[in-house]
Design a protein around this ligand. Structure first.
Ligand SMILES: [Zn+2]
Length: 84
């Protein structure tokens, strides 16, 4: 969890307290950059939306299959030391 985590009701961009929660259904799925539609997996996101500035934070609703798809298909970004 970071200070920018909107799940706690505070916008990570404008700092406002008008964060609303909904669900975002990705009709075309989640895939590796450049992959075809056949490499996509249907996912549902928990969406946290700031009504003041429009910033959106998405969290995939994880299960074992979705986690495996992410780990096996998407591009991992190794944590940067200078980001703490
Ligand atoms: Zn905001």
């Amino acid at each position: 969890m970071t200070n920018g985590d909107m799940r706690h009701g505070r916008c990570g961009v404008c700092g406002g307290g008008e964060v609303y929660q909904g669900e975002y259904v990705a009709q075309n799925g989640l895939r590796q950059r450049g992959a075809s539609v056949f490499g996509s997996k249907q996912v549902v996101f928990d969406a946290f939306v700031c009504a003041a500035c429009g910033h959106v934070q998405l969290h995939v609703q994880l299960n074992a299959k979705i986690s495996a798809h992410i780990r096996n298909n998407l591009d991992w970004i190794p944590p940067r030391r200078d980001m703490g």
